[in-house]
Design a protein around this ligand. Structure first.
Ligand SMILES: *[C@@H]1O[C@H](CO)[C@@H](O)[C@H](O)[C@H]1NC(C)=O
Ligand SMILES: [Cu+2]
Length: 123
């Protein structure tokens, strides 16, 4: 292999590393509700943000007072929890976004109705 080919190989390998690195950097972590955390009136928090599949949402809350339930669109709109829904209740839950719509509510009585719900679209 001549010196020219070796240079080409090194350049290609570097480009590949850059691409891999850029894709890794695109997986972001978000604290839901920012400084307020996961609480009432969080419903508008996703507005204007651009989420990607594989990004992580961190729900921080008092686990005595709230929880996080993964629901579908019907559950989100009606504030009802479909049977068998996944419930998180650690107070510091990390949930990776799936591609498409992701819906989360708190199912303590009245909380979802008070805006403790988010709909997040991941591309
Ligand atoms: C949501 O889940 C419930 C319970 O599993 C189901 O009956 C309903 O059809 C689902 N709705 C949607 C829009 O997927
Ligand atoms: Cu709650």
């Amino acid at each position: 292999m001549g010196r020219g080919s070796a240079v080409v190989v090194v350049v290609l390998a570097s480009l590949l590393l850059m691409v891999v690195h850029t894709q890794m950097a695109s997986a972001a972590t978000y604290i839901v509700g920012d400084r307020s955390g996961w609480t009432f009136n969080t419903v508008a928090w996703p507005n204007g943000k651009r989420f990607r599949a594989g990004d992580t949402l961190v729900f921080k809350y008092n686990r005595v007072a709230h929880n996080v339930v993964v629901v579908n669109k019907t559950g989100y709109n009606s504030c009802k929890t479909p049977r068998g829904s996944k419930v998180y209740q650690s107070g510091n839950d990390q949930i990776r976004l799936a591609k498409g719509e992701n819906y989360f509510i708190c199912n303590y009585v009245g909380h979802c109705e008070s805006g403790m719900k988010i709909a997040v679209t991941a591309v």
